[in-house]
Design a protein around this ligand. Structure first.
Ligand SMILES: [Cu+2]
Length: 300
């Protein structure tokens, strides 16, 4: 995998950190080599034709053209390789991603709610139940509009900018947006999905390496799009439990108050050293959230 990933690395792709990512890396690597071969092959052929059929050597046009079948064979091989790539690799890989979700009990389910210009995360807390959300409860302190009267939401955890997940456990992110179309992109996890107002779009991945990874918005969503970054911290199970406990203590029963980012220093040795990019801090969303947060779906 790593020994093959020459072009991927050259193009600045971060190392893979998810269980399915190596398949994507393989297909990307193969496509890049294939495109390189096509580029140099066709370029060489083009230069050959320019010289071979120059006017000085061929003053009158030959209307019969080439009689050898080599170009037909070449073109047929290109079509064949592309068909194998698409039907043999790309479509099955994609189908696996969208059809074979891990069971809800085994996976960690997180609601990812994008807004201009940050990502909010909603976790169900120890009871495993997401509290109800409604746009009428949205305030600066309660960015997701958690219903204060819903008992299921009392222990919910809401964070902005930084999400922690345990290593080697599938994570299902249900994406939605409060304003415009964003894209929740985890380059090192080789996964991305659009966050669209009014829709709940699930994506999933299994992190296989602890550490800190970048979260970016993959859709040009407004003036502050460039700053719409976040952090995904992959913890050991112990560190993850410690983080959950810390978040719960910070929330202190007053839900929605836990919207400050990166409180305290995370206890991992891979803790981010750079300051948080303060998503959305200077630029509060100018437009009021137009669409209501999608109704939560307890139990995933
Ligand atoms: Cu965005």
């Amino acid at each position: 995998m790593n020994s093959l990933a020459l072009i991927n690395e050259f193009l600045g792709q971060p190392p893979n950190a998810s269980s399915h990512g190596y398949q994507i890396d393989h297909i990307l690597e193969f496509c890049h080599w294939f495109m390189a071969a096509l580029f140099f092959g066709w370029s060489a052929f083009f230069i050959f034709v320019l010289i071979r059929f120059r006017k000085r050597r061929q003053p009158t046009a030959d209307h019969a053209g080439v009689r050898s079948g080599i170009s037909t064979h070449l073109e047929f091989s290109v079509v064949l390789i592309e068909a194998v790539l698409l039907l043999g690799f790309a479509i099955p890989l994609w189908a696996k991603r969208v059809n074979q979700f891990p069971p809800g009990k085994e996976a960690l389910v997180v609601h990812v709610v994008a807004q201009q210009f940050s990502f909010n995360y909603h976790l169900p807390g120890p009871d495993g139940q997401f509290g109800r959300r409604d746009v009428s409860f949205v305030t600066n302190a309660n960015p997701l509009g958690l219903d204060p009267n819903d008992p299921a939401g009392k222990d919910d955890i809401v964070t902005t900018g930084e999400l922690h997940v345990p290593v080697n456990r599938p994570v299902i992110c249900e994406l939605s947006s409060k304003d415009v179309i964003h894209d929740f992109f985890l380059p090192s996890m080789r996964i991305a999905g659009d966050a669209i107002p009014g829709l709940l779009i699930p994506i999933w991945f299994t992190p296989i390496k602890t550490g800190t990874d970048e979260v970016i918005c993959g859709q040009l969503c407004g003036l502050g799009h460039y700053g719409m970054k976040g952090t995904l911290v992959v913890d050991t199970p112990q560190d993850y439990q410690a983080w959950l406990k810390e978040r719960a203590e910070l929330a202190g029963g007053t839900q929605g108050a836990a919207s400050s980012q990166s409180p305290g220093a995370p206890k991992t040795e891979n803790a981010p050293t750079q300051p948080q990019p303060s998503p959305g801090a200077p630029q509060q969303p100018k437009n009021k959230p137009a669409a209501p947060a999608p109704s939560p779906n307890p139990g995933g």
